[in-house]
Design a protein around this ligand. Sequence first.
Ligand code: NAD
Length: 383
Amino acid sequence: MNHRISRRGVIGLGVGAAAISAAGRTQMRSDGAGFAVVGLGKLAQGQIIPGFRNCRNARLTALVSGHADKANRIAAEQKLPPGSVYNYDNFDRIASDPRIDVVYIVLPNFMHAEYTVRALKAGKHVLCEKPMASTIADAEAMVAAAKAANRKLMIAYRCHYEPLNLEAMRRVRSGSLGKPRLVITKMVRQSDLSDPSDAWRLDMRESGGGALVDMGIYGINGARYLLNEEPLEVRATARTDRSDPRFKTVEDLVAWEFRFPSGAIAQGSSSFDAADEMAFEVVGQHKRLVADPGCFYSGNHLCLWQGGNRAEIPIHEIDQFAREMDWMANVVRGGAPMVSPGEEGLQDMRLMHAILESVGRGGATIDTNWGYRRAVDPAAAVA
Ligand code: NAD
């Protein structure tokens, strides 16, 4: 199997000599951080741009798109002043635009690295969608570029900032479930080859993987933040119907099992040919927490089970994208810790690679104990 999440396929980003012009170093204004959104597809139009209405500190100040008509229409709707629209050719001119502090990358996965590095070289901070890249080499280049540019790189892991997921983390940390024994995550949905937004996701070159990198990443990341530890090893299996035109290059159903230092086991699954679900469960010695759904944009539920008794835990629903963009604005203004840095995205890239390596080796156990430790626990840092 040709897994795109590999160390091969570097796209030659030349990050070693990041040159940031003086003009590119923008001063943070007291009225928050200005964001340029790059890529005006489903997520950008459906969630991110509307999300700015609910932000306190993040403001939409620019758009970057290859479609001038679409970008100009959205700019007019958002009442952006003239000169706020860039395309992929003149993108680097953002360096001299003081209205832009943060570049939010909402492009297909294979384009994340190029635009992240270009934005960093232009002196901007970057908020990049998950998965952070389509290869480990690109992800490593992004982390290096942020260091070289002395700019922030945050991966848009919205669940790190979301009240239900934070409540689940805190309950696990508090010991109220007893020792956590098992985490189960199911991140699956139906995919549609005729939808342009799915067409690139079903193309290994553009996505870097199938449902695992699009959906499964929530379960991998989730198991890690729920348990607040990193897996020692993984083994995995996959089922893909290669006669299905959707699965010519990417995998479909993958199921994996991580073993953690505490003795807890996390079982996760992802598929592009299953009824939509984004659910997780933490089974402790005495009680279990069930989030079903747990990672949708809204309508999530968290329940505590003890034997046959079920208690719903009330959660205050928020605009997850507004929260995440505000967090990034606060990070670059210096007031908030970086909770989901590039290193966090890179760890998931490496773990997904290990899962696919196990699949490729017939379910062999793969060592994942390479020493990564999360710098900031979201449960402690995010109010
Ligand atoms: P999309 O296909 O709807 O949008 C991508 C945009 O990129 C489109 O406007 C498209 O025109 C543009 N584009 C530019 N060059 C392109 C090229 N060569 N090929 C294809 N498109 C090109 O995708 P989306 O659903 O908006 O996802 C964008 C990113 O956001 C992905 O990385 C995805 O994983 C991520 N995402 C995250 C969440 C979340 O909850 N955090 C949800 C959905 C998507």
